[in-house]
Design a protein around this ligand. Structure first.
Ligand SMILES: NC(=O)c1ccc[n+]([C@@H]2O[C@H](COP(=O)([O-])OP(=O)(O)OC[C@H]3O[C@@H](n4cnc5c(N)ncnc54)[C@H](O)[C@@H]3O)[C@@H](O)[C@H]2O)c1
Length: 300
């Protein structure tokens, strides 16, 4: 095996973007630390990545639990040293009208999507800064996975949108904070639109609280997401390739669907003009009309 080209720590490594990132990290000669809450899928992923020739460490980790993320950081440091690439990527989705998510829904989605990122930053950034202090040639990069949902607030996705807006804001602040203390560690925020992955089956990993029976708006939101995913021309691998390229050139914003930025630019215009937000589905009037007729009749 060639000399290692760094150490990648990837959360949500057993599926979707995370697994594709592990494949690319291994192919580029990195040691790969895979973290995921789904033990069997994680074991399969580790076996595949090890078979590519990478040195691997797999840790069953619930990123919502700070102690488990700290144990992941300790194990990474002991085995490989500080990560040169940290991807806080694990995430789950839950839809529905903003007032319909239960308190348990909020704890679950905020726990994974927001606290998971915060826990990753708390446990790993100090290790990366230590490595940077010890070697002026050392470089590290942190990627936080947000979403286009961190920029456009589509209906029936309020809880998910809230966590992704938070990850965008947190990562912009991380960029500024890192620049205050070092020139050797960089940050990026990943903002994809819909891509077919396992995210529509997020409930499979719901550990601490059961979901309630889906409401009409949750069913409608889910079918919208499924239709959007089925129409996507961008694959999880395409997204992972863009992430690795962005890391290589210290690119902060990673927008993987430039053709879908219209509603984001519309939102900026609304803010500039002091208008109420335009429906992000305004360019798809059939979608809004369908949702409205469904929900006003109370059918799902
Ligand atoms: N697929 C999309 O359309 C899309 C679009 C924008 C953003 N994203 C974001 O991309 C990220 C990756 O999602 P994906 O689309 O690859 O979905 P995915 O379901 O295929 O992969 C997510 C992985 O996270 C893991 N996970 C779930 N809860 C966890 C927890 N508590 N601790 C550790 N791991 C946990 C799952 O087991 C799974 O392996 C998420 O943050 C998601 O919000 C996805």
């Amino acid at each position: 095996m060639a000399a290692a080209q760094g150490v990648a720590v990837i959360t949500g490594a057993a599926s979707g973007f995370g697994l594709e990132l592990c494949r690319l990290a291994a192919a580029s000669g990195m040691h790969v630390v895979l973290a995921d809450v789904e033990a069997q899928a994680l074991a399969r992923a580790e076996a595949e990545i090890a078979a590519l020739g990478a040195h691997t460490l797999a840790c069953v980790t619930d990123v919502a639990q700070g102690a488990q993320v700290q144990a992941l950081a300790d194990a990474t440091l002991a085995r490989f040293g500080a990560p040169t690439l940290l991807v806080n990527n694990a995430g789950v989705s839950s839809g529905g009208l903003a007032w319909e998510n239960t308190e348990a829904d909020w704890h679950w989605v905020c726990g994974v999507n927001l606290m998971g990122v915060a826990n990753g930053l708390r446990s790993f950034t100090p290790l990366m800064l230590d490595a940077a202090r010890q070697d002026p040639a050392w470089r590290g990069h942190i990627v936080n996975t947000a979403s286009l949902a961190g920029w456009q607030a589509a209906p029936t996705l309020g809880l998910y949108n809230a966590t992704k807006f938070a990850v965008v804001g947190l990562t912009e602040t991380l960029h500024h904070d890192l620049a205050l203390v070092t020139d050797q560690v960089y940050a990026s925020v990943l903002c994809p639109a819909l891509v077919p992955t396992g995210i529509v089956h997020s409930e499979r990993n719901r550990l601490h609280s059961a979901a309630q029976t889906a409401t009409a708006s949750q069913k409608a939101g889910r079918s919208l997401v499924e239709v959007g995913m089925a129409q996507s021309r961008v694959s999880a691998r395409d997204v992972a390739v863009q992430v690795m390229q962005a890391v290589g050139k210290n690119q902060f914003y990673i927008f993987t669907h430039p053709e879908q930025m219209g509603p984001v630019h519309q939102r900026f215009d609304d803010v500039r003009q002091g208008r109420a937000p335009t429906d992000p589905f305004a360019h798809l009037p059939m979608v809004s009309a369908h949702l409205r007729s469904l929900l006003r009749q109370g059918r799902g």
